[in-house]
Design a protein around this ligand. Structure first.
Ligand SMILES: Cc1cc2nc3c(=O)[nH]c(=O)nc-3n(C[C@H](O)[C@H](O)[C@H](O)COP(=O)(O)O)c2cc1C
Length: 325
């Protein structure tokens, strides 16, 4: 399938694997790219720019296809050394960067000068337009359904995607709630040029996470995620567990007086415990409502091939039938 996104990134299928903390290692990124999508290494999971350089080199050994790096710009005072991370990306010959979080404007010149295509993840039309204005090549429009940080507007993709299509000139992918051929075809109908998936790619053979995580996603329904940290204006969609129950209790008790210190134990340093140790009750980790649509743990290739063949059948079969009057 050819879209403005496949053309932009030089990939076969319009499917991107979004950056995911302690999930987006070389193994997953390479598997997605080898299957014809765009795999993405999560930059900040690598503690230093040197370690990121090594992860990029490892990925390069595992695939000769294009892959990208996610750089999440955190709302923090002790910012990671972003220019050095970007230098590692440039020196590693990576030509696609998924930015997220804060506005990446300060780093655009450095990336553009190296010929990098930048796709910025946005949860609103106004942020998407800002990304377009500062020179991003594409945006990943993340609806309210998404795993991770859906922003504070709570607009689901059935509204957000066509609104983005009304306003944007640069291409965008639909992110949040995407799982299968139906998602892809719906996203294309709503104006997107492809899809970005997070949660779905965790439940794959190659995702280098503990088996418990994959099984938790398969077992979860669409009712099993919760939003936390709303009163801190850092809303995150996570899978319900004992740690998350505790966060919700503390949030109820403290109300607007809550600070990050009140929930530190349930939200800080949790990813290695969950993703590496498989300790599923330890605290908050991002997961999308789309868990309700995930029933198996295929290889990335089987997943992507299935999405593309389902999409083809939907377009040429079911949808074409409706057009025959
Ligand atoms: C476990 C997990 C960790 C994530 N970590 C990050 C991250 O570090 N940076 C980022 O930009 N997005 C992160 N995301 C968001 C994904 O890249 C993607 O936008 C989101 O998962 C899309 O929604 P979906 O899960 O419904 O597919 C994470 C998502 C999950 C599920």
């Amino acid at each position: 399938m050819k879209t403005r996104i496949t053309e932009l990134f030089g990939i076969q299928h319009p499917i991107i694997q979004g950056g995911m903390h302690f999930v987006g290692f070389a193994e997953l990124a390479a598997a997605v790219s080898n299957a014809g999508g765009l795999g993405i290494i999560t930059g900040l999971t690598q503690k230093t720019p040197e370690l990121l350089a090594r992860e990029i080199a490892k990925c390069r050994e595992m695939t000769d296809k294009p892959f990208g790096v996610n750089l999440t710009f955190l709302p923090t005072f002790s910012a990671p050394p972003y220019p050095e991370y970007i230098q590692a990306i440039i020196e590693g010959g990576v030509k696609a960067v998924e930015t997220a979080g804060r506005n990446p404007q300060a780093y655009m010149d450095q990336m553009k000068a190296a010929g990098i295509k930048v796709i910025h993840k946005c949860t609103s039309v106004r942020h998407s337009l800002k990304a377009e204005a500062i020179g991003c090549d594409a945006v990943s429009v993340d609806g309210f359904e998404c795993g991770g940080h859906p922003g504070e507007d709570d607009i689901p993709n059935f509204i957000l995607l066509p609104r983005a299509a009304e306003e944007l000139k640069i291409p965008f992918v639909a992110s949040g709630g995407m799982a299968d051929g139906r998602s892809l075809v719906a996203a294309l109908a709503l104006g997107a040029e492809g899809i970005n998936m997070g949660t779905r790619f965790i439940a794959t053979q190659e995702a280098p996470v503990h088996e418990n995580v994959k099984q938790a996603i398969v077992a979860a329904s669409e009712l099993d995620t919760r939003l936390i940290m709303r009163s801190l204006r850092n809303t995150e969609r996570v899978l319900m567990n004992e740690g998350v129950k505790r966060v919700l209790e503390i949030e109820r008790e403290k109300g607007d007086a809550i600070t990050i210190d009140d929930i530190h134990d349930q939200v800080a340093g949790i990813y290695p415990k969950v993703m590496i140790d498989g300790d599923m009750q330890s605290g908050a980790w991002s997961c999308g409502m789309v868990a309700g649509l995930i029933h198996d743990v295929p290889s990335c290739k089987a997943l992507i091939d299935r999405i593309m063949s389902e999409a083809h059948e939907l377009i040429t079969g079911r949808l074409a039938r409706f057009d025959r009057g």
